[in-house]
Design a protein around this ligand. Structure first.
Ligand SMILES: [Zn+2]
Length: 279
C-alpha cells in the first residue's frame, strides 16, 4: 500500500475501445486515416482508454476513469470492449481504490467516466472510489443530464447519478486549481464544459488533453472527430493550446492513444510531430 507522503505520476490503462474510424477522424478521408490506423472488418479502429494518476502532496488524483465494468454485452460488442483493467492497474502500483482522494473528469462521455462507479453485490451502481471527490464542470454535468439527440448515446445515468447521490460530486465553474498542482482548463467544444487538466509534477507540466485532442494523430489541426459538438471551436481551442504547450515545453497526455500516450510536440518543417516519452 502506498504511503501518504509518496510522490509519483503514472499512466494507467482501462483497456481498449474500438470506434468507427470515419467518426474518429471526421472530414479526413479514409485513404488518409487508414495509413495511421488499420480498421477492422466493421470499420473500427482500436484505441486506448488511458488514465493518468498523480500522487502528490498527500493527494491521490485520478484523471478520467475509462469505461469501467458495468457495460452490457451489446455495448461491449459494439465498442470491442474487454475486461476493465483500471482496478488491477491501480493495485499493481500499490494504490487501493479507497486511497484515491480526487477524480478529475475531462467530461462525462461513458468512455471517460464509466469507471467512476461499479456495481455492488446487489447490482446497484456505487462510487468506485469511496473517499474521492469527483470534479467536473457544471456545464458538462448539465449537458450530460440533458443530452440532445446527437449526444444521448454517449451518456449513461449509472455513471453519473451515484456520484451526486453520495454527495461526492463537486461541480466547477471555470478554470480551477482542484488540488495543488492540478489545474483544470475549460475548453468546451468536444462537449459543453469539457476540460483539459494541467498537472505540475516536479519540473514538468503535463497536459491531459481529454477528447479535445484524443490521439497524437489529432495533433494535425484539421483532424477533428465527428463526435465533437462544435468542430470549429475545437480547431480554435486546439490551435491555442498546442501553441501554449509548444512554447512552454509541456508534456501531452492523450486519452485514446493506441500505444504511447505521453510525449512532447516537436516541429519539423512546419509540421507538428509527436515524440513519445516513457515515465
Ligand atoms: Zn468524449
Amino acid at each position: 500500500m502506498r504511503k501518504a507522503e509518496d510522490t509519483f505520476l503514472a499512466v494507467l490503462s482501462d483497456g481498449v475501445i474500438k470506434l468507427d474510424g470515419g467518426s474518429l477522424f471526421g472530414q479526413v478521408p479514409r485513404v488518409l486515416w487508414e495509413q495511421l490506423l488499420t480498421p477492422d472488418r466493421r470499420n473500427r479502429v482500436k484505441l486506448g482508454l488511458n488514465c493518468l494518476l498523480v500522487w502528490n502532496d498527500r493527494h491521490c488524483v485520478l484523471i478520467d476513469t475509462g469505461v469501467g465494468s458495468k457495460e452490457p454485452d451489446h455495448l461491449k460488442d459494439r465498442y470491442g470492449l474487454g475486461t476493465s483493467q483500471l482496478a488491477r492497474e491501480l493495485r499493481a502500483r500499490g494504490v487501493a481504490p479507497a486511497q484515491v482522494t480526487a477524480v478529475v473528469l475531462t467530461h462525462l462521455h461513458f468512455d471517460h467516466c464509466g469507471g467512476c462507479t461499479r456495481l455492488n453485490r446487489s447490482g446497484v451502481p456505487v462510487p468506485a472510489f469511496p473517499n474521492a471527490t469527483y470534479y467536473v464542470q457544471r456545464a458538462a454535468w448539465e449537458e450530460a443530464l440533458n443530452p440532445n439527440e446527437r449526444s444521448t448515446a454517449s451518456y449513461h445515468a449509472d455513471d453519473l447519478m451515484p456520484l451526486q447521490k453520495s454527495g461526492h460530486l463537486e461541480l466547477l465553474d471555470g478554470d480551477t486549481e482542484v488540488v495543488p498542482g492540478v489545474q483544470v482548463r475549460v475548453t468546451h467544444a468536444h462537449t459543453q464544459g469539457h476540460q483539459a487538466v494541467l498537472v505540475t509534477y516536479g519540473g514538468e507540466r503535463v497536459l491531459a488533453c481529454g477528447d479535445l485532442i484524443p490521439t497524437p494523430f489529432h495533433l494535425r489541426l484539421p483532424y477533428i472527430a465527428a463526435y465533437d459538438r462544435c468542430p470549429e471551436e475545437v480547431l480554435a481551442q486546439k490551435r491555442a493550446l498546442l501553441e501554449e504547450a509548444e512554447r512552454n515545453g509541456w508534456l501531452l497526455f492523450f486519452s485514446h492513444a493506441p500505444e504511447e500516450c505521453l510525449g512532447y510536440v516537436d516541429r519539423r518543417n512546419g509540421e507538428r510531430s509527436f515524440r513519445p516519452v516513457a515515465l
